[in-house]
Design a protein around this ligand. Structure first.
Ligand code: NAD
Length: 714
């Protein structure tokens, strides 16, 4: 068995090299090997200095996430890092790559740090609902000072080498020309230390710069957190841990860090983040997919429709270096589409995210055309024309005629039956849904809609494409609205009903935003255009409930031409210079009058009721989606909602959240709503009802299914 870390001597310098591919996770095996080597080195009088380096493409990239499930295995992080720091001879960390979390904590337990240019260093633990628990909260403030350490841990953004050098996190930065540069430079550095007679320089022995202002600093940070990290717990725990670094001796501080770290790991927030983290890793596991399904190459992409979505989708591919041909029916729309793309890129240049040459490079990858035959060379064609079945069918028939054999045909439809669209082609096995979200070049989520006949390799290709264009690809089955929009329907319905019953738009949105939604749903409608949802309801009028108050506020706004931000007013007014939403008493009065006309009883729902009605209606639909198999797993739904709909990650997504409330409690509320509100909207999903009755949860249900269903892709 190869050791996770090996020891070699070069003269008087010991070189300990961690080798745990692919990214040198600080796993139990690595810790055990380090313990062995550093213990042996202590008793070796010929060793004058030690270099700790990593083989492969990065220094330790982080801790081992699997240990969240097993608990930390022996030897623990503190034990091994203390052993390194205790070394009687100087220890130099040789850093390269992406050094995150436990990687940085290992580096700062060493006595000196050198890095190659381009190395990035970060403590992103809070984004997983945990705190740096391997001494980071105690050593980092001692090494770089209180305020910079808090910035690093609360902000989570990795530092580049220049900044790290300035802060004293690094001692030296060297140019990088190839693999092993960091190690070679660290060995040279160690020799200099030996020549200079330099002894160990332990971080734990330093005092915290800025400790004198700690009381004010912590008060200020707590004030900031209330604004920037609403409803979060782990950032406050982080502050407690860092307070221990300021107020307690190192050993006691470390013990405090351990207690607090265990606490956040077990807390709901930590579990929520991990649920999403592990869920994202499972997204590619599609039950029933043959193990030999291999992706088709995608070197050229075609897009039909140069509107809002087509333009954004084209940018996704151009950004990933893939040439795109974009076809539209009208030259004017094509010109406008290309101009919008350029404007978007120009905005990135203005913000310093892109340079002028990159802008031109990306624009050059996008070829406009009015001619469908220009799509003949594309490996993947994505249709993004108006949401109209007849038009989409006509386009797919044309694509069938021009696309090369094996080309994948995707549609960006939000609501239409893709099986019906696929049926007009002679190759339904090559058709699927690729549902991007607006703005497509920004939003992370991509719903990949598997049709009845979609071939396995087409699905696998779509999952790969999602990765290439840096999207989170979630597989859904065909149904109205797929996962995201289907659950949005009852959520929005309740928001609108609350408004009809006397809550103001502001009260509704605030209730949802206080829960943690990125934006209240009515403000979302204003942003997207109130007419968008309204038009789909008009098209589906024959399928909607027999209820004149159903989504009536939206309809009223559309009737007046108040379509949201684009017309300066919708649920809110936007007529101030910053286009900030402000309440519109006229809209409130208009809805009051309509409620009176329709005889809707006025009951002014409380914030709690608004929240429960909207969220539980959404969760209930989620349970249906799960049972129907439209979503493969409850985590998939949660990923859709946290990556595409502004649901707070720290609550884990709607299904995870329901489990934390308890399905029994959710179900009882749904029953109460059925008794007190319009019963037609409150039929509990059979799965939810069953799980609630048996005291189970979505997670338990999922775990039972996952263990009984074989997965061909394993
Ligand atoms: P849009 O109106 O902005 O753009 C549609 C484009 O298609 C126009 O440029 C039009 O000229 C072009 N077009 C129409 N007929 C054509 C034809 N026969 N051949 C070639 N081009 C043709 O629409 P959009 O908002 O980009 O929406 C496109 C699709 O994406 C719809 O199916 C919509 O449901 C879906 N979608 C939209 C959003 C959104 O927020 N806008 C989000 C997700 C999905």
């Amino acid at each position: 068995m190869t050791q996770a870390a090996r020891l070699a001597m070069t003269g008087e310098i010991a070189l300990v090299t961690i080798d745990n591919p692919p990214v040198n996770t600080f796993s139990r095996d690595v810790r055990a090997a380090l313990k062995t080597h550093f213990t042996a080195l202590r008793g070796n009088p010929t060793v004058k200095a030690i270099v700790l380096a990593c083989a492969g493409r990065t220094f330790v990239s982080g801790g081992d996430m699997r240990e969240f499930e097993t608990g930390i295995l022996e030897p623990g992080y503190h034990e091994v890092l203390n052993l390194i720091e205790d070394s009687p001879v100087p220890v130099v960390a040789a850093l390269h790559g992406t050094v995150m979390g436990a990687g940085v904590e290992t580096a700062i337990a060493c006595h000196f740090r050198i890095a190659t240019e381009g190395t990035r260093l970060g403590l992103p633990e809070l984004s997983l609902g945990i705190i740096p628990g391997a001494g980071g909260t105690q050593r980092m403030p001692r090494l770089i000072g209180l305020a910079p350490a808090l910035d690093m841990m609360l902000g989570g953004r990795p530092l580049g080498t220049a900044q790290a050098l300035e802060l004293g996190l690094l001692d030296r930065v060297v140019a990088s020309e190839g693999a092993g540069d960091a190690t070679a430079a660290a060995l040279a550095f160690a020799e200099e230390l030996v020549a200079a007679g330099q002894g160990p320089r332990r971080t734990r022995e330093r005092s915290v710069a800025g400790a004198g202002q700690a009381t004010d600093e912590f008060a200020r940070r707590r004030g900031e957190l209330a604004r920037t990290m609403k409803n979060r717990n782990s950032p406050h725990v982080l502050l407690e841990a860092v307070e221990a670094a300021v107020r307690l001796p190192f050993e006691q501080g470390l013990a405090r860090e351990r207690t607090l770290s265990d606490q956040v790991e077990r807390a709901v927030e930590g579990r929520a983040f991990r649920h999403l983290f592990f869920g994202e890793r499972e997204l590619r596991r599609i039950p029933g997919l043959p193990a030999d399904a291999r992706p088709r190459p995608v070197a050229q992409v075609g897009i039909v429709g140069a509107g809002t979505m087509g333009g954004g989708i084209a940018m996704c591919f151009a950004n990933a270096g893939i040439p795109v041909t974009i076809v539209d029916a009208s030259q004017a729309n094509l010109d406008r589409g290309l101009a919008t793309i350029r404007k978007n890129y120009e905005r990135s240049v203005a913000r310093g995210k892109l340079d002028a040459a990159q802008l031109e490079e990306r624009m050059a990858r996008i070829t406009p055309s009015l001619d469908y035959t220009a799509l003949g060379g594309a490996d993947l064609i994505i249709e993004a024309v108006f949401e109209n079945m007849a038009l989409k069918k006509e386009i797919f028939a044309r694509l069938d005629a021009v696309a090369k054999p094996g080309a994948i045909l995707g549609t960006n439809t939000s609501t239409l039956d893709i099986d019906e669209i696929a049926a007009v082609t002679r190759r339904p096995e090559d058709v699927l849904g690729l549902h991007f979200f607006s703005p497509a070049n920004v939003m992370q989520l991509l719903e990949i809609v598997q049709c009845a006949k979609t071939a396995p390799d087409v699905l696998v290709t779509a999952l790969d494409v999602a990765k290439t264009i840096r999207k989170v690809g979630v597989v859904a089955k065909v149904c109205y609205g797929f996962i995201g929009n289907r659950m949005m329907d009852p959520y929005g319905r309740e928001a609108e009903r609350c408004v009809m019953e006397g809550a103001t738009p502001e009260e509704v949105d605030r209730a949802l935003e206080d829960f943690g939604m990125a934006m209240g749903i009515l403000a979302v409608y204003d942003m997207a255009g109130v007419d968008i949802g309204h038009l789909t309801r008009v098209e589906r009028a024959h399928l909607l409930p027999d209820d004149p108050s159903f989504y009536r506020p939206s309809a009223l706004l559309v009737e007046r031409g108040w379509l949201g931000q684009k017309s300066g007013r919708g649920y809110y007014r936007y007529d101030n210079p910053e286009r900030r939403r402000t309440p519109d008493p006229e809209v409130v009065a208009m809805i009051r009058d309509e409620a009176a006309r329709l005889g809707v009883p006025q009951r002014k729902p409380s914030a709690e009721e608004i929240r429960e009605r909207c969220l539980y209606a959404m969760i209930n639909e989620g349970a249906r989606i799960l049972e129907e198999g439209v979503a493969l797993r409850h985590a998939d739904i949660d990923i859709v909602y946290t990556s595409g709909y502004g649901f707070p990650r720290y609550r884990g997504g709607p299904m995870f959240y329901a489990d934390t409330v308890g399905l029994q409690a959710v179900c009882e509320k749904l029953h109460r709503f059925r008794e007190t509100l319009d019963p037609q909207y409150w039929q509990t999903a059979p799965l939810l009802e069953r799980l609630a009755r048996s005291g189970s949860s979505f997670a338990q249900w999922q775990a039972e299914r996952t263990t009984t269903e074989p997965n061909a892709q394993d």
